[in-house]
Design a protein around this ligand. Structure first.
Ligand SMILES: Cc1ncc(COP(=O)(O)O)c(C=O)c1O
Length: 174
């Protein structure tokens, strides 16, 4: 059987670093916030040149909290991709909002920016795009659409942390 993805291959590269960090947290028994989270937040905000970064428990939590912080509520429609991990849909449904899928592009499997506009109606309040397998979505067009229709734009960079779009790190958009 050929696995869909072989996560262990990548873990091998960082295994000793990951294990030593986990051991440090276990040794200090600081499982909530603490030195390591502070260090993570400082490293991320410096890396992206932003004022604040907030560490949370998981990628799913990050999406849920982003939707909540942006005021997305029951009955709102959030556009997203049908070809992603379950987390974006899960976060939208957990808020009580309605996921609406926009088809993907066969070249990258990312959301098709040319199909977003026809999916927007008066209930649409936000878009969650997933940069899948490290490949960035077409952000110029997506940002333009979000601005035109006054939509909140959330980027799921779980699979693309540190990826660049036209030379710039993802995440840092105005
Ligand atoms: C694209 C994408 N978004 C969100 C998540 C959720 O991350 P977590 O498992 O940390 O909740 C994943 C996890 O694989 C993912 O691949």
């Amino acid at each position: 059987m050929i696995p869909f993805i072989d996560i262990n291959k990548e873990i091998e590269i960082f295994r000793s670093e990951i294990v030593s960090k986990i051991n440090k947290v276990l040794f200090n028994a600081q499982f909530i916030l603490g030195e390591e989270v502070t260090l993570f937040e400082a490293t991320v905000s410096e890396m992206f040149g932003i004022n604040y970064a907030v560490g949370v428990g998981s990628g799913t939590d990050a999406l849920f909290l982003a939707l909540k912080a942006c005021g997305i509520k029951e009955g709102d429609v959030v556009l997203t991709s049908p070809f992603s991990f379950i987390a974006p849909t899960e976060a939208i449904v957990n808020i009580g909002a309605i996921p609406r899928y926009v088809d993907i592009k066969p070249e990258t499997f990312n959301i098709d920016e040319d199909k977003i506009e026809t999916a927007i109606d008066e209930k649409t309040k936000a878009i969650i795009v997933t940069h899948l397998f490290g490949n960035p979505c077409e952000m110029d067009k997506i940002v333009e659409i979000a601005k035109k229709y006054n939509l909140i734009l959330i980027e799921d960079c779980t699979q693309a942390f540190g990826s660049k779009y036209k030379g710039n790190l993802l995440v840092v958009l105005d």
